[in-house]
Design a protein around this ligand. Structure first.
Ligand code: PLP
Length: 381
């Protein structure tokens, strides 16, 4: 397949990296499935309610913003974030999605001699940005399946890796694809052990779904640890995954280093405007959060009753081991118009990740699960 006439060669990290495998979307479903079923997408942990309804009111503002370059510093949105979180403005960096921020952090603080440290079971984008920065990848084994905290980060293993020429430790808390959360006290202990020249990036994409986010967020640790970066996204509870917007809170010196390589117009004017509206709509935020906190135990109990193993979740998704092979279950649900995410990774292939949808979507999922053993029997016969 490779074209022998193509001569340019990539930097070596590119060859070690694998393209991100996106979750399936409605367009991937066969036409007859789309005709016969309502499509329920529970694969990418978006907010089933979408963005704040107030977003509809700023259509003209977005239209008018399009002809000019955006504010490269996103000052208004950063001010709003600084006010609410009680952090200094100079330490806030916006990006077109938090994954773009991971990439800028990797470009700034990694290199051939400075490894990126991650757990074996974690958000896959970290691997991509580490390879793209031509840095060695250092993997710390996640806890095993039979641990009281199945597949969770192992802070001691992570700390050990950072002792050996690391540049960044990326840690998602809560974790994706396993929805567990570490308390702030554990992150605090980890920060005491990691060498001060290693940047610790705590990715809090799902922090808003933790029962008690104040007890988990690493934000209060910023004052004591200049090497800490806390990232957040507008893609989950704020319902703006399509707009691409995220941010990091860090020491102003870290921010000024990132700003040297940050592409100035990487956050679009519509994304900035949408972010401002979403950030200010406390009602939509509360409604979205309460929905997940209510549906999460219901869905977990219903699936458990059907013989599924459901891992503890502090997020807007459940990581589950169905009583039938995961690939089969995925394919069966797919035929019912329901899209969930099969997982890949050491020991976790038997699991699926299911986003918590609207109540109606969750009921459709449960109904489809009810039919599963039957479908499995039919496939065997
Ligand atoms: C742990 C984690 N971090 C970050 C992101 C991506 O955030 P963004 O859409 O801001 O790039 C996700 C998205 O699934 C995630 O699961």
């Amino acid at each position: 397949m490779a074209d022998p006439r193509f001569a340019p060669s990539p930097q070596p990290g590119v060859l070690q990296s694998r393209a991100y495998e996106p979750g399936l979307s409605a367009d991937d479903l066969p036409a007859e499935v789309r005709r016969e079923h309502r499509v329920v997408k529970l694969a990418s942990n978006e907010n089933p309610f979408g963005p704040s309804p107030r977003v509809r009111e700023i259509g003209d503002r977005i239209y008018e913003s399009l002809g000019l370059y955006p504010d490269p510093l996103g000052r208004r949105l950063r001010e709003a974030i600084a006010r609410r979180l009680g952090v200094p403005l100079e330490g806030i960096v916006l990006a077109g999605g938090s994954d773009l921020l991971f990439s800028w952090l990797a470009q700034t603080f990694l290199g051939r001699e400075r490894a990126g440290v991650i757990s074996t079971i974690t958000f896959p984008t970290y691997r991509i940005v580490i390879h793209a920065a031509e840095a060695p990848l250092s993997l710390a084994p996640s806890r095993p399946e039979d641990d009281p905290r199945p597949f969770a980060h192992d802070p001691e293993a992570l700390a050990e890796r950072t002792a050996q020429g690391a540049g960044i430790l990326f840690l998602d808390n809560p974790n994706n694809p396993v929805g567990c959360v570490l308390p702030r006290s554990t992150i605090a202990r980890l920060l005491e052990t990691v060498p001060p020249d290693v940047l610790v990036v705590v990715d809090e994409a799902y922090i808003d779904y933790v029962e008690d986010p104040d007890a988990a967020t690493a934000l209060p640790l910023l004052a004591r640890h200049p090497n800490l970066v806390v990232t957040r996204t507008f893609s989950k509870i704020y319902g703006l995954a399509g707009a691409r917007l995220g941010f990091g809170v860090m020491h102003p010196e870290a921010a000024s280093l990132v700003n040297r390589i940050r592409l100035p117009f990487a956050v679009s004017a519509p994304a900035l405007a949408l972010g401002e509206v979403a950030w200010s709509d406390g009602e939509h935020y509360r409604r979205s959060r309460e929905h997940v906190l209510g549906e999460r135990p219901r869905l977990a109990a219903e699936l458990t009753r059907r013989g599924w193993r459901v891992l503890p979740s502090a997020t807007n998704f459940l990581t589950v081991r169905p009583p039938l092979p995961a690939a089969r279950v995925c394919a069966d649900l797919f035929r019912s118009g329901i899209i969930v995410r099969p997982l890949r990774g050491p020991g976790i292939d038997a699991y699926l990740r299911i986003t918590i949808g609207t109540r109606e979507e969750n009921d459709l999922l449960l109904e489809a699960c009810e039919r599963l053993p039957l479908a499995a029997e039919e496939a065997r016969s």
